[in-house]
Write a protein that binds this ligand. Structure first.
Ligand code: FES
Length: 124
């Protein structure tokens, strides 16, 4: 337990005290290359820890935000005879022509960095 205590009470405060954190906002613009090099591991650690905490505690959000929300479960039955030679079904839940793809996945992907797209059924 003593090594943990040493890190928390001595090593970490000494490390933080040695970081070149400016006292004013404009001081950030006056930092040199060596100063930024000292700050990179600190900010990388903070970013990594923040991301890890987010991934652990991120809530399970619903995928469907607006399509037929009044229904307890959305199920569509489409006779195969009603399909053309090629039919694209939405998998992103953004289509205004549900259950068919209307291309709404494209702006969604551009906005979020996601990579969703339709499932395309063909007769051949
Ligand atoms: Fe949803 Fe194309 S609109 S996959």
């Amino acid at each position: 337990m003593q090594p943990v205590s040493h890190v928390v009470r001595i090593t970490l405060p000494n490390y933080l005290a040695g970081l070149p954190v400016p006292e004013s906002f404009t001081g950030w613009f006056k930092l040199g290359l060596k100063d930024w090099a000292k700050l990179i591991p600190f900010f990388a650690t903070i970013g990594g820890l923040s991301y890890s905490v987010y991934k652990i505690f991120a809530p399970n959000l619903p995928i469907n935000h607006k399509i037929r929300k009044e229904e307890p479960k959305i199920v569509d039955v489409i006779p195969i005879e009603n399909l053309g030679d090629k039919t694209a079904f939405c998998r992103c839940w953004k289509s205004k022509n549900w259950p068919y793809c209307d291309g709404s996945h494209t702006p969604h992907n551009a906005c979020t960095g996601d990579n969703v797209g339709p499932i395309v059924i063909t007769k051949k």
